[in-house]
Write a protein of this length. Sequence first.
Length: 353
Amino acid sequence: MIFRQLFDSKSSTYTYLLGCETSREAIIIDTVFEQHARDSALINELGLKVKYCLDTHVHADHVTGAWLMKQAFGAQIAISATAGVAQVDLELSDGDVLAFGDSSITAWATPGHTDGCMTFVTNNRLTAFTGDCLLIRAAGRTDFQAGDVNTMWHSIKDKIFSLPDDCLIYPGHDYMGRTVSTVQEEKKHNPRIGGEAREEDFAGYMENMNLPHPAQLEIALPANMRSGKPENEDDVGTDWGPVNLTFAGIPEIEPDWVARNRDAVTIVDVRSNAEFNGDLGHLEGSLLIPLSELRERIDEVPDNKPVVAICQSGKRSAMATQILKSAGRAAVANIPGGIIHWSRLALPGIINE
């Protein structure tokens, strides 16, 4: 199985991508709205087809990227039926199975943090995605969103701890850099519910945590009741061209679009002067600023149009986009493959001198 664990540092949220090696069908669990470009880039680079976008519960600390995943990949949005969320394709009940290629996950109702929490368990019962129910050496808070400490006790003790001891536990969050645990570890070492803890011990611990409400609560909850759909859909995406963000964080735009929209952008060639006038030629109207000089000559780049960077193969121009972005230029993109790819496509505009 293809497996990736991704992290959002602002909310300390883990997103999980699981895919079938054969069919390339995939699921993604607990997406973050602001990380959609990163996640989409990884999905595209791995050649995956997202079948389901799952949320373990209605999050209070970040906005889900579920609606964006549906728009981008046709993924079906799935969450517990108890959550009462709009824009949902599949309202899940305890025991529902979702298949993707040769793999599947089963939805287990594990309420307590919220009344709509679910844990997703792989078909071999060796991996569980526990959301905010069981965390690594911790458990999700129970003091709002219909949380209930006694319900959570039974969700963990009776359900999650019934999994094999070597079952891997992947939580929805971690605030100390921990990435994975096991059922056996949490049974032994979890300071809230492990060891010889009794229900009254767990309740006493959880009821006296006195935590502040999440910083994004007022934004996240209403948005997540819409599966992350923005109130204004026009706020999504770039407004100047079909820019894709690679998993490395490089904004890219295809050369054929640039060829059709030459007058709408400034093309900056970051090769040397010798390369610019060499055998590969250069694009008509492009501005030559070698990469080594770009930081010092950034003011020479017009700011009245989006900026598209190009070089020989797309590597140096990728760095150029990062320099431009660091200088405050938001509308920038790299031409992947550079002038070599442009020539291979037989696009117009190359000048050889």
